[in-house]
Ligand binder design. Structure first.
Ligand SMILES: NC(=O)c1ccc[n+]([C@@H]2O[C@H](COP(=O)([O-])OP(=O)(O)OC[C@H]3O[C@@H](n4cnc5c(N)ncnc54)[C@H](OP(=O)(O)O)[C@@H]3O)[C@@H](O)[C@H]2O)c1
Length: 241
């Protein structure tokens, strides 16, 4: 059976790798959501043949309408990968209220909004997979990221609570906590800071987007039907707990 999957923030970085992996492993019809970078989305669709749809995951009405559009064009959504995320770094003393709000509404609010739109259909069909992309910095904290660490930590709690609600309907809800992965997001980290980070990764290098996508693919499979409420850390051994 061909499942329908939505990957938020699917046009670049980790999300792009997830889109391609879900299609390759499961023959899914995948739709990638994105926030505003039309050029990157066009490049993605031209290169992969995967459809892209623009809406802000932090805007619940836009998410509801976007998911309805996907369902009318492709069919009911079986798989949600909540991957869209941003950083607005700064110490608490310097962080603006807007930087706090932007990160909370995108990174954490986005998970709620997309799950809220897709969960009722999954419940009716008694099958669903929701995978939320957290972060090592939600597990361990990170200087200059009270907003990001709080939102990502919130994702891990959200995952465990929703897993309990979904279990009776055949819906599994899991999270992946990536370590530092070689994407545009990490390219924004200053080189000297990045060198210090890599020095703390026992495996001795940044992760690759495909390495996160493999974990997502497993969690979306039939074989993972007994895995729910879990967080899979994929971080080169940088943080263990
Ligand atoms: N890279 C890492 O080392 C790392 C580590 C731990 C966790 N993560 C998490 O993994 C996820 C992907 O990270 P990445 O490094 O692949 O990021 P990225 O390269 O910066 O790509 C981010 C994606 O999210 C989309 N996006 C941003 N804001 C959005 C919004 N409001 N609505 C819809 N889409 C939005 C972007 O769309 P546009 O192209 O339109 O901007 C883009 O497709 C994030 O949740 C991030 O926090 C990353």
């Amino acid at each position: 059976m061909s499942r329908i999957a939505i990957v938020t923030g699917g046009t670049r970085g980790i999300g792009r790798a997830i889109c391609e992996k879900l299609r390759a492993d499961h023959g899914c019809t995948v739709v990638a959501n994105y926030g505003g970078n039309d050029d990157a989305a066009k490049k993605f669709s031209d290169e992969t043949g995967i459809a892209a749809i623009k809406f802000d995951v932090g805007d619940h009405a836009a998410v509801r309408d976007g998911c309805s559009q996907i369902e009318s064009e492709h069919g009911p959504i079986d798989i949600v990968v909540n991957n869209a995320g941003i950083t607005r770094d700064g110490t608490l003393l310097k962080m603006s209220y807007e930087e706090w709000d932007d990160v909370m509404r995108t990174n954490l609010g986005g998970c709620f909004n997309t799950a809220k739109a897709a969960f009722p259909g999954m419940k009716d069909r008694k099958w669903g997979r929701i995978v939320n992309i957290g972060s090592i910095n939600g597990q361990a904290g990170q200087y200059g990221q009270v907003n990001y660490a709080a939102a990502k930590s919130g994702i891990h709690g959200f995952t465990k609570a929703l897993a309990q609600e979904g279990a009776r309907y055949g819906i599994t809800v899991n999270a992946i906590a990536p370590g530092y992965i070689d994407t545009d997001m990490v390219a924004a980290v200053p080189e000297p800071v990045l060198e210090k980070i890599v020095a703390k990764i026992p495996i001795g290098r940044l992760g690759r987007a495909e390495e996160i996508a493999r974990g997502v693919s497993f969690l979306c499979s039939e074989d993972a039907g007994f895995v729910t409420g879990s967080t899979m850390s994929i971080n080169g051994g940088q943080h263990m707990y």
